[in-house]
Design a protein around this ligand. Sequence first.
Ligand code: GLV
Ligand code: MN
Ligand code: MN
Length: 422
Amino acid sequence: MMINISEAKISATRIMSRCDELAKITCATSGITRVYLSKEHLIVNQLVGKWMKEAGMSVWQDAVGNICGRYDSNIIDTPAVILGSHLDTVKNAGRYDGILGVLSAIEIVYWMNKKHIVLKLAIEVIGFCDEEGTRFGITLLGSRGITGTWERKWLNYTDNNGITIHQAMINFGLHSNNIKNAARNIKDIVAYIELHIEQGPCLEKENLSLGVVNSINAASRFNCRFIGESGHAGTVPMSYRKDALTAFAEWIIFLEYTTVKQYPQLVATVGTVICKPGTTNVIPGTVDFSLDIRGPQDILIESLSSIVFEKAKQIAKCRNLFFEYKEFYKTSETICDINLQKVLCYAVKKVQGSNLLLSSGAGHDAVAISKCWPVGMLFIRNYRGISHHPKELVNINDIILALQAYSESVCKFIEIKTNNLM
Ligand code: GLV
Ligand code: MN
Ligand code: MN
């Protein structure tokens, strides 16, 4: 089945209005912020669960807080193709990142159910609960629940209010003893296919609505700290100071310069900076900051990070400070399954006339899922590639094409898979 154009129009309109509806579920007074194990997470799961049910799925919330729906085949216990993306957001987010993928997947099932189509594999839609890691700093907690790769030590990680994941789970109505129940058997899933906004400018530049992802960039994240000495802003002479913020300032320019000049394939970002004690009349004693480096190869990331950390130590030494860092997240490059790439390319060419293969600079639930199952990703153009920003925007005509290509890919994949041609 391919969703036809008039059906896709109905679905795309519904998706746009549902994105608007979900955008209202936020903990912020302005903008969208929806984090793991929050009141808003619970409300969104209930609403998306209701939409899944209406589309013809049996629905449950799993042990880590993912909302899951299953559209069964007529073959008992048949494995499933997983579709979906995430429902959590960064701070002050856009309304499509992740959400568009979940809502599109629900539409695929909606039309299958409406047309009484029975497939040889089940389809499951998952609204992953924590891709961004906004609240606890650890990413992909939803998809890593499915793959059974949660680490017990994470339970003690805290949010900005000192609430541990363990406690937040209890407050939400879950319990950490049950986390393992979210893990799925390898044999019960055959593949994961995710639709997501591109979050970059390539499709727009090529004047294309859709593209197929061949790989997702590697990433490393670090918590870093310059430790100096706070002191009186009025009395300590400039030459006596151990100002952690000026050390940081010297370093971050070096980071930018080195990345641009020597590692053009990489991107490096300091996204959080906490300067303590943070008072106008006190010299900054410590600066805590995050560093996120991404690119196509681990070895390049390792090389850049060792250069910039060496420089940080040098700067600290010259200024009589200390520097320390700790890596808290690392993923290698994720290669999308070649057969899924072929199926997606075929479908994209069919609806769009041509295709663009591209790599993803952003991380996705597919990164975690790829550790256990083949993954494929379909990208949809978004306005100027703006994402992680309230101005994130998607064109409804692109969604119409995306739904046709997505449904075509899913059906083709199931056909090929169940005929043992893959
Ligand atoms: C997730 O959106 C990421 O790539 O940081
Ligand atoms: Mn995101
Ligand atoms: Mn996303």
